[in-house]
Design a protein around this ligand. Sequence first.
Ligand SMILES: NC(=O)c1ccc[n+]([C@@H]2O[C@H](COP(=O)([O-])OP(=O)(O)OC[C@H]3O[C@@H](n4cnc5c(N)ncnc54)[C@H](OP(=O)(O)O)[C@@H]3O)[C@@H](O)[C@H]2O)c1
Length: 318
Amino acid sequence: MTGTAAVTGATGFLGTHLCTRLLEDGWTVRGLSRPSSDRRLEGPEWFVGDLLDEGTLALLVDGADVVFHLAGVGLWSADPETIEHVNRDGTAAVLRACRDGDAGRVVFTSTAGTRRVNGTREFADETDIAAPVGAYQRSKRDAERLVDEYAAGDGDAVTVHPTSIIGPGDDSFTPQLLAMGLEPTMPATLPGGASIVGVSDVVDGLLAAADCGVCGDHYILGGENLTYNQAATRISEFADGTAPALTVPATAIRAAGPLAAGVRAVTGRQVFPFDRDMADLATQRLFYTSEKARDELGYEFSPLETHLPETIEWYRAR
Ligand SMILES: NC(=O)c1ccc[n+]([C@@H]2O[C@H](COP(=O)([O-])OP(=O)(O)OC[C@H]3O[C@@H](n4cnc5c(N)ncnc54)[C@H](OP(=O)(O)O)[C@@H]3O)[C@@H](O)[C@H]2O)c1
């Protein structure tokens, strides 16, 4: 499938990888970029404006065969009000522009964080809708509802839920994960675990969702389910580094939660793990199955080591 793709979040980590692949595959790519964003990627036609700028959005999506809506802000980069405004109201603005213009399928990038295991199963799937923890999950939950309503009406939309993405160009999760396996000065790992997916696999999933996802459906795009200790050990074995000897006790992380909330209240600055609930999440094994995406989209993910050469090279060159 090729055509014209409109991409919000085109200047971000995932968006840059998606735009690069779309261009390689022969798509015409339009990217949304804030005025101050880094537009060094050559190839997309850049539409300069904010997600909440209706005029720019209308031009961006009109005539696009697929609208990949990736733009969003996370807990590290903004306060709760901004997170909810950009992630929820920004999604409403994208859907409005698509409804009012001549736009094809919307592929919305939410997060696996809106799903968590209910009961005793080990892996969460798309049906495990969880009570949101924090502004980021709440905003994504609200945005998902808007996309579902759009798809239930006369719109065409699919939602994907990536898990924890690693790859070159990511300034948040990737460096933290690699530091656990590569840095001798990083003596300990976190007690929980995550589904760790390479960015190229998520890009495959986005393209497959555009091509053959069922309108109104949700697809988890995950990778290997690993405890942080397992991930750190495999990274260090791969790179011949020094494996971390200790795991931070879960009780220490949980105790840090209220402290972090206190610091935020006084200084207005976010500090991990944000609050008691987030601290609790950080100690859990947040494992996911991507079986539905595999069966319906042909989605596949590769092992951690497949993604390590270029990710470590990027990490060391930073
Ligand atoms: N990375 C992960 O592990 C992960 C996992 C699950 C889901 N996701 C979701 O995947 C999407 C992309 O994530 P990412 O890791 O690529 O994040 P990222 O690197 O922080 O990129 C976010 C993008 O959104 C843009 N943006 C933010 N606020 C905007 C606004 N008001 N108007 C227009 N654009 C705005 C940013 O533009 P600037 O360049 O101007 O900042 C950037 O292009 C997000 O929706 C995120 O929630 C990510």
